[in-house]
Design a protein around this ligand. Structure first.
Ligand code: B16
Ligand code: MG
Length: 219
């Protein structure tokens, strides 16, 4: 039986991909690196340091660990400053409605985000109260596609993976959910999250009614 839900943050609750894009673009321009939206899309759900490594690989560049850390920190400073303008108006359409509905029906809800800035994003959105557990970039060391972040969230909710549905917008996020033994809902196009149990083009379509209708034997 489904007792809990675990939500990815960026791309599911709110769209920070654009803010991440702008911050990486600023850094890349400064460094003379090639960086575009296609590469940005590959960074969905992966950690800050892994993201930097993807960008470097694309540019056939390599740097020592100290410089890597310095540049990742620089990108983060730009990104965090851009979060100041985020408000409770910045939920993805449908996300707040679903969270409210889950609360009213008494489901357990966790956040399962790779971001080390998840708490700040939730505060900006005024969304902290929708979550019983916050699993973020500080909770585990192996980032998605490892299932660790979702396993951590489920454990803190006192639930088994098969009692939880994971919401994800990233290909690697769905991989992580499947590896961990969770049911999954993909938000986005078929080519990115078509391997989820259930897929919606956007959060607007992801109502509790639709979810219960699809996973009917589990409710
Ligand atoms: P930070 P999610 C992920 O969040 C983003 O999708 C990914 O683009 C980002 O690199 C990662 O968080 C780390 O974020 O630099 O804030 O720690 O989708 O897992 O909620
Ligand atoms: Mg995401």
């Amino acid at each position: 039986m489904i007792k809990g839900f675990i939500f990815d943050l960026d791309g599911v609750i709110t769209d920070t991909a654009e803010l991440h894009y702008e911050a990486w673009k600023t850094l890349s321009d400064e460094m003379g690196w090639d960086f575009d939206r296609e590469i940005n899309d590959q960074l969905r759900g992966i950690s800050r340091m892994d993201s930097l490594k993807v960008i470097l690989e694309h540019n056939n560049a390599s740097l020592d660990d100290e410089t890597l850390l310095e540049l990742a920190t620089k990108k983060n400073t730009i990104y965090v400053a851009s979060l100041d303008s985020m408000t409770a108006e910045d939920y993805l359409p449908g996300a707040q409605e679903l969270l409210t509905h889950l609360r009213s029906e008494g489901f357990s809800v966790a956040l399962g985000s790779s971001s080390k800035n998840a708490s700040k994003v939730l505060q900006q959105l005024n969304a902290t109260g929708y979550f019983d557990v916050i699993a973020d970039g500080y909770s585990v060391s192996n980032s998605k596609p490892a299932p660790d972040i979702f396993l951590y969230g489920a454990e803190k909710l006192n639930l088994q993976p098969e009692e939880c549905i994971v919401f994800e917008d990233a290909e690697r996020g769905i991989d992580a959910a499947k590896t961990g033994g969770f049911y999954s809902v993909g938000i986005g196009p078929e080519e990115r999250v078509g391997h989820a149990n259930l897929r919606f083009d956007s959060m607007e379509k992801a109502t509790l009614f639709e979810i219960k209708s699809f996973f009917k034997d589990l409710f």
